[in-house]
Write a protein that binds this ligand. Sequence first.
Ligand SMILES: O=C(O)[C@H](O)[C@@H](O)[C@H](O)[C@H](O)COP(=O)(O)O
Length: 233
Amino acid sequence: MIEAEWWEYDDIDELADAVAGDVGFIIESAVDARGEALIALPGGTTPLPIFRKLASAKLPWKRVTIIPTDERLVPLTDERANIRAIAQNFLPSGARVFPITSDIADHKLAGNSANAKLAELKFPLDLAWLGVGSDGHTASIFAGPDLDEALNAPKGRHAVGVMPDPMPQDAPVARVTLTRSAILSARTVLLTVTGAETRELVEGAIADGQSSKLPIGRVLAEAEQPIDIHWAP
Ligand SMILES: O=C(O)[C@H](O)[C@@H](O)[C@H](O)[C@H](O)COP(=O)(O)O
C-alpha cells in the first residue's frame, strides 16, 4: 500500500492555514533549488479559501508558474473554468498563470493542444495538488471512455481530453486533465479533502489499491512518493 499521511483539522480555515503554509514552503524550496517553481492547482470549491491565504503570502511569485490540474471545456471567463479562480487569486501576486485550454470544443483535440502547450514548461511539477470529487474522480480523471488513456498514457504525455461518463452534476462538461504519469512525476503530491463521506471514499480507494474502481484509487495506487492528505469536516 502507498504511504499516505492524514492531517486533520477542526475546520476549513485551519486547513487553509496549514496547506497554504505547506505550499508556500514547496514554492520557496523549489525557487531556492532551481530558481523557479512549477505547480498544478485543483479546481472545485474546496481550494478557494486556501488560494486566498496562499496568494497573500510573501513568496517569490514572479518565479512561479501555475497550471490547473484539469480544465473544463468552457470559455476561460466562464465561472466554471478552473483557470478563472487561479487567475483571480494569483495574477495580482505576480505569478505566471498558464491556461491549458483555448476555445477548442472537441475534447480529444483540446487534450492534444493542452499536451503541446505544456511541452513549453519544465516538468516535473514541483507540486501536484489534487482534489477529490464525491464520485471518486481526481483532477478530471473520471470514469468513462477516456479513463484508460488518462491513467495509462505513455510517460511524457502530460495531458489528455476526457468526456466523463456519467457527467458530474456540478459541471457537466468535457474536460482536459493532467495524466496520471504527469501527476505522479511531481516532486510533491498533496490532496485536500473535505467531509466525512469523501474521507471514507479516499480511505477505501487507498486500501483497494490497483483494484480500486475509483479514479483516485487508481491514481494513488502507483504513487512512489509519500502523499499528504489534508482533511477537514
Ligand atoms: O475541475 C474539477 O472538477 C476539479 O479539479 C476536481 O477534481 C475537484 O478537485 C473535485 O471535483 C473536488 O471539487 P470540490 O472541491 O468542489 O469538492
